[in-house]
Design a protein around this ligand. Structure first.
Ligand code: TRP
Length: 334
């Protein structure tokens, strides 16, 4: 049976919220337990550098991402787990690929176009204001992340699908010139069903200030759940589960029996306070284990460093010979 290589990268941007957990982390971990797949997961710290964060903060955020995935159940024996910046071959390939990337292709990349539009709307004369070359060629680095490990499938959110198209274009262009060296990857967009709503009912997002972070202490978690927007129906009135933020989040954490029970309580009439208490209980139960594990991991960064180093060694065992082949093909090096 052929092995499928599934690879994805996560940009360090701070502690994830439960929308990230339910929409990205949990599905990726489920995927990694499928038979005949080999999963690769890395922390895309060089991608975060395009926004030049404070160095201390960048390092800290890298640990936060690593600890989050480990706390949620990533098994570093099964998944090749590493830091992008520990694999110099990625940067080497990135330069090579940039020589096969038409500039016009980058002009059309969403993140760059959004920045240009922002400048336009702000009436800036220089439409490239605030755009560094790292941001501009972000998709090339992402292509290198994927192609250097000959990944077959790349689970990503909807917003990253264009980057995968670009990676495919670049791989094909390279192959037309040098033969079938690059594996042409495929994007896989996990079906998340409905978006997880935030406290105010809009999509959960840090920029809306409506998020529940994954590792909140119980008292704070309870307080946040208490902030979820509800209507002014009296306690005894029957309530619809449709469009209920409380019920939507509950469903993501509870087992089918619990979901059915809460549904009948809604129909019979339950106070919003009691419904929120049930939601808090089920979330606290699901998140307690990961929260404890996260704290332990964050208290011992050298353990995380050790794991990531081992992961990088495994990754480089593939990247080094691959780059040898690439260098031979293009006519550089010895
Ligand atoms: N650009 C991705 C994001 O912002 C992260 C990422 C970097 C990535 N390199 C990747 C995802 C390679 C998949 C494959 O979410």
């Amino acid at each position: 049976m052929a092995i499928t290589t599934v690879l994805t990268g996560v940009k360090p941007t701070g502690q994830p919220h439960i929308g990230n957990y339910l929409g990205a982390i949990r599905p990726a971990l489920e995927l990694s337990s499928e038979p005949n797949t080999e999963t690769w997961l890395f922390i895309a710290d060089y991608h975060t550098l395009t926004t030049t964060p404070d160095p201390k903060r960048l390092r800290e955020m890298t640990y936060e991402v690593a600890a989050t995935w480990l706390a949620c159940g990533l098994d570093p024996n099964k998944t090749v787990f590493y830091r992008q910046s520990d694999i110099p071959e990625i940067l080497e390939l990135s330069w090579i690929l940039s020589c096969f990337t038409p500039k016009g292709l980058m002009n059309r990349a969403h993140a760059y176009k959004a920045k240009v539009q922002e400048n336009q709307e702000a009436g800036k004369e220089d439409l490239d204001f605030g755009v560094n070359m790292g941001l501009y060629s972000y998709p090339v680095l992402m292509a290198a992340d994927i192609l250097v490990f000959s990944a077959h499938k790349v689970p990503v959110g909807e917003d990253q699908v264009q980057h995968l198209e670009i990676a495919r274009d670049i791989a094909q262009k390279f192959n037309r010139q040098y033969g079938e060296i690059m594996k042409v990857p495929q994007a896989v967009v996990p079906k998340v069903g409905k978006n997880v709503p935030g406290l105010d009912g809009r999509k959960m997002s840090k920029s809306y200030d409506n998020s529940i972070l994954m590792f909140e202490e119980p008292a704070r978690l309870k307080k946040l759940v208490g902030r979820i927007k509800t209507d002014s129906l009296p306690p005894e009135a029957p309530k619809s589960t449709d469009g209920s933020i409380i019920f939507d989040i509950y469903q993501a954490f509870a087992i089918p029996d619990q979901i059915a029970t809460l549904k009948s309580k809604f129909e019979a009439g339950i106070s919003w306070g009691a419904a929120k208490e049930e939601l808090f209980q089920v979330m606290d139960e699901a998140l307690r284990g990961p929260r404890e594990k996260y704290k332990q991991l964050m208290a011992d960064k050298s353990y995380i460093d050790g794991l990531l180093k081992q992961g990088a060694e495994r990754a480089r065992a593939n990247a080094v010979p691959f780059m040898h082949k690439v260098r031979q093909a293009i006519g550089v090096g010895s």
